[in-house]
Design a protein around this ligand. Structure first.
Ligand SMILES: Cc1cc2nc3c(=O)[nH]c(=O)nc-3n(C[C@H](O)[C@H](O)[C@H](O)COP(=O)(O)OP(=O)(O)OC[C@H]3O[C@@H](n4cnc5c(N)ncnc54)[C@H](O)[C@@H]3O)c2cc1C
Length: 464
């Protein structure tokens, strides 16, 4: 029997995971990526012998599709989960380093698992702390199917439920900003409710947090390529698809065009950015998807600083009243052995203000901010520092976003989308990307087996 041939266009997490899903279903796969490197929005680079990621990526235990992907390609042990315990640092006013408050879970059932640490959260007044529970319980009760949720900002909802501007800034935005990539005053309540309900308010361990101990390319791409190659898939980089080929009555896609060459296939998965999807979709479908271009984008900037010594023992920390939103110890992933120094990645989400700033300005600002938090950094020598910027890191999760997000299916049965901005309910995350990949390949598997069955029926009838 000839295997069904699926072409996957785009090798971000959605493309990679749908390609793996396709080979697992016995399909023949060609994966085409326009850039020289694979991994899409998750990639790594080398500089002066050390390895850096384009941006720090974390996931939560509730990201079940992403975890399935890691497990399938054999990477799960390289991005282990840690019980939720995040130190939130604030520089002391006397300049002697930082004070800390912890956001950590206890063994109690959700949502009470956070009550003890939030009750002690020192950056809020006693009254503000007492009010947190009321807003959390209202957030937990919201119906994610209610379209009005997408018409209100998260901050507006929080204010309606007794949260002060300070509580929004130093508590709620600590979670909303890195997950939705816009501040609570802009974020859609729908996306925030999804994040908080799924991650923090429903199950005790759902917000246990994981991140890669190795560079992202080694976590997501290299092992996926090994699986694809073992299944005989063809993978090409620098292979930008310029057009899709349709049959005469435009009811079916029959191939893709790369560098003037047509690759014939039985189905196509478009796993590409919003701007590109409009270029590639056939004219009859464009009107249905035009709204994706209104999604907009939101930047993420990372400042990576390599010190000649260890300046902090925290592996992860958040900050309040400092420019540092989150910082991570990336020494091991960068390739530094114990005693060889420390590499910190400072991650800035919703980085509208930082995206256009000169690297030396950002490096100076964050070097000072780290020194304010950790006195040891004042004595340390900065061996290297580099800024990575992703101007279109995620779609902009503001109000009215939901109606702009397409499903994975199109009017052409054997053409599907797989990409984080499809209608997964999740913000633009690794989970959303893999989830869309799973949906896309699940849909195609149905369509193709129906198509091959009906072809089989025709052959049988002709034989009779
Ligand atoms: C700095 C940064 C930090 C982030 N932090 C987190 C985090 O902590 N947690 C989290 O869950 N998510 C995070 N995200 C978001 C997450 O990385 C993305 O949502 C996810 O990786 C998107 O995957 P995707 O496959 O949907 O799209 P993409 O990764 O954008 O992949 C699309 C691919 O299609 C290719 N392509 C486009 N056009 C063509 C064409 N014509 N032919 C062939 N190929 C084409 C592109 O080159 C690209 O490789 C972060 C993103 C960034 C940038």
């Amino acid at each position: 029997m000839t295997r069904q041939h699926v072409v996957v266009v785009g090798a971000g997490l959605a493309g990679l995971s749908s390609a793996i899903g396709a080979v697992d279903r016995g399909m023949q796969v060609t994966l085409l990526e326009g850039r020289p490197r694979l991994g899409g929005a998750t990639w790594s680079f080398e500089r002066k012998g050390l390895k850096f990621d384009n941006g720090q990526h974390v996931y939560l235990a509730c990201c079940t599709s992403y975890r399935r992907y890691l497990a399938r390609i054999g990477s799960a042990a390289k991005a282990p989960l840690h019980r939720l315990a995040i130190p939130v640092l604030r520089p002391k006013s006397n300049g002697s380093g930082s004070e800390v408050a912890w956001i950590r879970r206890s063994g109690l059932p959700a949502p009470f698992h956070l009550a003890a640490s939030l009750g002690r959260y020192r950056y809020l007044s006693v009254r503000e702390r007492a009010n947190i529970g009321r807003a959390a319980l209202s957030l937990r009760r919201l119906d994610l199917e209610d379209p009005s949720l997408d018409q209100e900002t998260f901050a507006h909802f929080l204010a309606r439920h007794g949260q002060s501007a300070r509580a929004i800034e130093v508590l709620w935005d600590l979670i909303a900003l890195p997950t939705i990539n816009v501040h609570a005053h802009e974020a859609s309540l729908l996306l925030a409710a999804k994040v908080f309900q799924t991650g923090l308010l429903s199950t005790n361990g759902a917000a246990d947090i994981g991140w890669s101990q190795i560079p992202l390319t080694e976590l997501h791409v290299d092992p996926a390529l090994a699986v694809l190659s073992a299944h005989g898939a063809t993978v090409r980089s620098k292979a930008k698809v310029s057009a899709l080929v349709l049959n005469d009555d435009a009811t079916s896609v029959t191939g893709v065009v790369v560098d003037g060459e047509t690759i014939d296939c039985d189905a196509v998965i478009l796993a590409v950015n919003a701007s590109e999807v409009m270029n590639l979709l056939p004219h009859p479908l464009r009107a249905d998807f035009a709204r994706v271009t209104e999604l907009g984008s939101s930047p993420i900037v990372d400042v990576h600083i390599v010190y000649d010594r260890t300046v902090t023992n925290y592996k992860i920390a958040a900050g309040v009243d400092t420019p540092v939103q989150f910082l991570f110890d990336r020494s091991g992933a960068a390739g530094l052995a114990k005693g060889e120094g420390q590499c910190l990645a400072i991650s800035i989400s919703g980085a509208d203000g930082e995206q256009g700033e000169r690297p030396e300005v950002l490096i100076d600002r964050y070097q000072r901010a780290v020194a304010d938090l950790f006195p040891l950094a004042r004595e340390a020598k900065v061996v290297d520092a580099v800024v990575s910027r992703e101007l279109h890191a995620t779609f902009r999760g503001g109000i009215g976003t939901q109606r702009l997000r397409p499903g994975v299916e199109t009017k052409i049965d054997n053409l599907v989308l797989a990409v984080a901005y499809t209608d997964t309910g999740w913000p633009a995350t690794m989970e959303g990307a893999v989830r869309s990949g799973e949906r896309a390949i699940g849909h195609l598997a149905q369509v193709l087996s129906v198509a091959s069955r009906s072809r089989g029926d025709t052959i049988m009838k002709e034989a009779i």
